[in-house]
Unconditional design. Structure first.
Length: 269
């Protein structure tokens, strides 16, 4: 348990440090207007995950080393709450699938609109489109018309990216070592010559297909995490009632108890 808690602390501090560094690089602490889309900010998500992970690891490690019942109880409570949230999220995910789809659509739309304004969001959406899901836009490449740089009307103000898509929408060519960052220029213009070498599938549909293919793997990971959390709680506190433990002890030591009772009665006589 100690090793696992120490690992949680180190991972939590590492993730927290990366998140704070990212915020510092973007000058978020001086320009609070950047906090308008804080829930979609990858740096903020890293800070949140790092803080929670560090707190859980700290209470478990220090509580076990110092034999502090207060910290151990807090550790068990944190793990219990985390497990409950995971189970609740999974159940609500099946019940409110349409609502989650709408929220995901809204979040992805915000990513598209602010694509050039936040480098973290830009890198995230490029990774989703190019490396993870091989997709483009929400429903398709036309969704990039929501961005001011890629909107077809932006060619009137001299935007070279007008009626195009980001390079992450382009399919990688065989034996391509360095990707052409201008491969998405003009691909949405009417009568664009040549074959469209971009992903036509929207990321929303690609995500749904990914979950269908990896449903068993995702479920197995979730069950494993839940079992490990339960195991940690069981190692920290006794979850067996005293009455039940007494009954089991009596069953294991029935002959000894009976022998002591007979001997005591004989001595009394």
């Amino acid at each position: 348990v100690y090793e696992l808690d120490i690992l949680f602390q180190v991972l939590g501090l590492g993730v927290l440090a990366i998140g704070v560094w990212a915020w510092t690089e973007k000058d978020t602490f001086r320009n609070l207007t950047r906090l308008t889309n804080i829930a979609l900010d990858p740096a903020f998500i890293l800070i949140l995950i790092g803080t929670v992970t560090f707190i859980i690891g700290f209470t478990g490690c220090v509580g076990a080393l110092r034999e502090n019942t207060c910290l151990l109880s807090a550790y068990a409570i944190f793990l219990g709450i985390l497990l409950l949230l995971e189970m609740t999220t999974t159940i609500l995910g099946f019940i409110f699938k349409d609502w989650i789809k709408n929220q995901a659509t809204g979040g992805f739309q915000a990513f598209i609109i602010h694509y050039r304004e936040d480098p973290d969001q830009q890198n995230l959406i490029d990774w989703i489109q190019e490396d993870w899901l091989q997709c483009c836009g929400i429903e398709g490449p036309k969704d990039w018309d929501r961005n001011n740089y890629f909107n077809c009307s932006s060619r009137d103000v001299g935007s070279r990216e007008a009626c195009g898509v980001p390079f992450s929408c382009c399919k990688r060519k065989p034996n391509e070592i360095i990707k052409n960052k201008q491969c998405g220029y003009d691909v949405r213009k009417p009568g664009y010559p040549g074959e469209h070498n971009i992903f036509e599938r929207g990321c929303l549909r690609a995500l749904a297909e990914w979950f269908e293919v990896n449903f068993v793997a995702v479920g197995a990971v979730g069950i494993t995490v839940a079992v490990l959390q339960q195991y940690d709680v069981a190692k920290i506190i006794n979850d067996k009632g005293c009455v039940q433990a007494g009954e089991e002890w009596m069953e294991r030591n029935l002959l000894i108890v009976a022998g002591i009772a007979v001997a005591t009665a004989f001595l009394q006589v």
